[in-house]
Design a protein around this ligand. Structure first.
Ligand SMILES: *Cc1c(COP(=O)(O)O)cnc(C)c1O
Length: 240
């Protein structure tokens, strides 16, 4: 057996974090009148080793988020070598020259935010994948440059660009709450963008919103996918 599978302390720590997170989500859903079964947790494992992914998969967490292609592709290969199947979500800013790599291992890309990126990802997915790549449009709620995302007014054009790619499947929207905003206000804005998109694309039902610090606000506003790093894995070695 692989050495990392014999680290009972880390496994116990992850199990405890997972239990505590489950309580927070249950309470957040109860407060919002929602069913926790509607909510998927992605464990964002950036900076943490593949052995943590194996532990989490064993504990029932099968959705894994990563934000750097090089780290993600290596980790995905290592997890696959152990014969463990998880769903890889790419949640970082994506450059067009990384699309062919990401299209190989990712099941979902949360961060499509330009027409040119949609085209590059669509052609990579068509070349390299047997099944379509599911994608979300990253929305920039404050329009600040540099952190990715399109402003709400650009979402319809983005949706069209994605829909024109047969190898992509539009599933919804993603956002990070701007640092200086009330998360509740940010996620309400995102919910409005999501509802408008859904009226034109009924299959675009996913709302990827909420991280360790603001998941309650995201749940209250209808998030379907929470992206949890520190709340599950602990503090990262470096801020990202
Ligand atoms: C790192 C990261 C997260 C997780 O953040 P935490 O605050 O550690 O839960 C969520 N979303 C994205 C896009 C990230 O890069």
């Amino acid at each position: 057996m692989a050495r990392e599978l014999l680290e009972p302390d880390r496994r116990a720590e992850l199990a405890e974090n997972l239990a505590r997170l489950g309580e927070r989500i249950a309470a957040g859903c109860a407060a919002a009148g929602r069913d926790p079964a509607e909510v998927t947790v992605l464990a964002v494992t950036k900076f943490f080793p593949a052995s943590d992914v194996l532990h989490l998969a064993d504990l029932g967490v099968r959705d894994i988020g990563e934000n750097r292609d090089q780290e993600a592709s290596q980790k995905a290969a290592e997890v696959a070598r152990h014969g463990v199947a998880v769903r890889w979500h790419f949640v970082g800013q994506l450059q067009r020259n990384k699309c062919r790599s990401v299209a190989r291992y990712a099941d979902l890309v949360h961060t499509v935010d330009s027409v040119r990126l949609a085209a590059a990802l669509g052609s990579a997915a068509a070349d390299l994948r047997p099944d379509p790549l599911e994608v979300l449009i990253q929305v920039s709620l404050d329009g600040a440059p540099g952190r990715g995302g399109v402003v709400a007014a650009e979402v319809p054009a983005m949706a069209e660009a994605i829909a024109s790619q047969p190898a992509l499947r539009l599933r919804g929207v993603m956002a990070v709450a701007p640092q200086s905003w009330e998360p509740a206000a940010a996620f309400r804005d995102l919910a409005a963008v999501a509802a408008r998109l859904r009226s034109a694309y009924p299959q675009a039902t996913w709302v990827s919103a909420g991280m360790s610090g603001d998941l309650e606000a995201a749940l209250a506003a209808g998030a379907t996918h929470l992206r949890i790093g520190t709340g599950l894995l602990g503090k990262r070695a470096t801020l990202r």
